[in-house]
Design a protein around this ligand. Structure first.
Ligand code: B1M
Length: 215
């Protein structure tokens, strides 16, 4: 088995330390962080998702896998983020109210930071009021909402509506993403953009802010 497959397998088995060690070994060997992410971590997490759906894996085991992913992402982050560049704009990020999934949102934050944006991360389970306060405090150009459940994705609309009711909607563009979210849903709830993954989120933010692809 190659080390990327082993990384995916160890992630699914909840071997946090081994996941971190393998990530470091792969980086030391010069394997690119995007490959480690896609062929190791995301591939491993997809298997975890399938096992969760089929009832083969339970919540504590999924949490353990998530902790391995977070440990590995901490090691990958410096390789994915360009330090010292002048920020291209400020992005407010958060997982909407009721939703405890933050790995995808964290990855979106890392990729945006890597592309030169300043990130204000409100974390997970963020109520609309907290987004409103943060827009007032930080004046971001873009607000990014993440949701991973078909139930909590509805809170994206609640959040966008609350931003509108607070009179702040014209000050920010809103992008949405997460496994159950689609372009159609984004349009229905009045978001300005949708991105399927973290790389496309960078493209969408650049497009909305008129920043060149190289920028
Ligand atoms: Co949860 N969970 N979970 N879970 N979990 C899913 C989402 C699920 C699909 C699993 C399944 O059944 N197959 C399912 C949702 C079903 C549905 O609603 N349709 C599910 C369920 C049911 C639940 C609970 C209800 C389980 C229970 O309690 N019985 C519960 C809900 C808790 C809550 O939120 N209130 C629950 C809990 C958890 C844990 C806490 C144990 C853990 C999360 C830990 C954490 O995040 N810190 C967890 C995990 C890990 C998963 C799976 C296995 C993996 C999610 C993940 O991290 N993927 C997931 C199954 C799956 O997705 N295959 C599942 C890796 C990550 C890199 O991808 O998050 O998709 P992802 O992010 C991508 C894109 O979506 C996109 O870019 C990211 C990077 O490319 N993206 C954006 C995300 N946000 C974006 C924002 C953007 C743009 C793009 O712009 C702003």
């Amino acid at each position: 088995m190659n080390e990327l497959d082993e990384l995916a397998q160890c992630l699914g088995q909840g071997q946090t330390k081994r996941v971190a060690d393998l990530t470091q070994q792969l980086l030391d060997k010069g394997v690119g962080p995007q490959r480690i992410l896609n062929e190791g971590l995301i591939a491993g997490m997809a298997v975890v998702g399938e096992k969760m759906r089929s009832g083969e894996m339970y919540l504590p085991e999924v949490l353990q896998a998530a902790s391995g992913m977070q440990a590995s992402l901490r090691l990958l982050k410096p390789y994915l983020v360009k330090e010292g560049a002048q920020p291209l704009g400020k992005i407010l990020l958060g997982t909407v109210k009721g939703d405890m999934h933050d790995i995808g949102k964290n990855l979106v934050g890392i990729m945006l930071q890597g592309a030169g944006f300043e990130i204000v991360d409100l974390g997970l389970n963020v109520p609309p009021q907290k987004f409103i306060e943060a827009i007032t405090d930080h004046t971001p150009a873009i607000v990014g909402l993440s949701a991973m459940l078909t139930t909590t994705m509805l809170n994206m609309k609640t959040t966008i509506d609350a931003i509108g009711a607070a009179g702040l909607r014209s000050q920010v563009k809103v992008i949405v993403g997460g496994a159950p979210v689609s372009q159609k849903f984004a349009e229905e709830i009045g978001a300005d953009g949708y991105a399927r993954d973290a790389v496309l989120a960078v493209d969408k933010v650049k497009q909305l802010l008129g920043v060149s692809a190289q920028g």
